[in-house]
Design a protein around this ligand. Structure first.
Ligand SMILES: *Cc1c(COP(=O)(O)O)cnc(C)c1O
Length: 235
């Protein structure tokens, strides 16, 4: 067994344990393997362990991998900072974009998404701790943004994504995730049932338990699957 296989088993067990603590079903939580900086062999090992969802931060790197490995049954999630001039390619290569941080990006993704493809799934990235080093919407801007994004024809607004400031203790980690959960609930209060957000994309290697306890439906895990990254790139 490769170490990637073992690491995936370990991460799945952590997810199952956290789900049990939270009184949730384990299949409510989807694992995305964050494969930025990893090579094709690493991705193939993960596929052999039934990982079907991969997260990538850089268009150029992802484009090479997607064309080599193909789209066959796999889903690709764009989770990195997105520049305007990359929206056309990202809109058509990926199944999800978790990191929409400006209305302009949402409009361009919708405009460029091929009409032959199903609408692109997106999350709005929230700067949950108001950090100057991180991008994302402020909570106060959200209700207006949500109204605008829901109108865009080639997108489906699935939910919210955040990368909280790093904390060690679980109680502290949970605070930011709880805030995201409350924000989603407040938004859903004002939406028709067909528009309600069903996704909270939160939790990484260091804090996936806290995220699951606060309602994460997607966790994005890199280092605890593939090992430490050499070239660091948390975003
Ligand atoms: C790199 C990255 C991850 C994975 O982080 P790990 O700590 O390696 O699990 C998750 N989400 C985003 C947005 C990232 O950039």
């Amino acid at each position: 067994m490769t170490s990637i296989t073992k690491c995936i088993e370990r991460v799945r067990k952590r997810i199952a344990d956290a789900a049990r603590r939270a009184g949730r079903e384990v299949d409510e939580i989807q694992l995305i393997a964050v494969s930025k900086t990893r090579n094709l062999d690493d991705i193939r090992f993960a596929v052999a362990s039934d990982i079907m969802d991969f997260g990538e931060n850089y268009l150029q790197e992802a484009r090479g991998k997607i064309s080599e490995i193909g789209l066959d049954g796999l889903k690709w999630h764009f989770i990195g900072t997105l520049q305007k001039n990359k929206t056309q390619q990202v809109a058509n290569l990926f199944d999800w974009v978790h990191s929409v941080d400006r209305i302009e990006i949402a409009k361009r993704l919708s405009m460029h998404r091929d009409m032959q493809l199903p609408p692109l799934n997106i999350c709005l990235q929230i700067n949950i701790d108001n950090e100057s080093t991180k991008s994302g919407f402020k909570i106060e801007q959200l209700s207006k943004t949500v109204e605008q994004v829901i109108e865009l024809p080639q997108l489906v607004l699935r939910g919210l994504m955040a990368i909280p400031a790093s904390k060690t203790a679980e109680v502290d980690q949970r605070r930011a995730f709880a805030k995201l959960r409350h924000t989603q609930a407040a938004i859903n209060n004002g939406l028709d049932s067909s528009d309600k957000l069903d996704t909270l994309s939160m939790g990484m290697s260091q804090d996936l338990e806290a995220a699951i306890l606060e309602g994460a439906t997607i966790v994005r895990v890199g280092s605890d699957i593939f090992g430490p990254r050499l070239k660091d790139a948390t975003n």
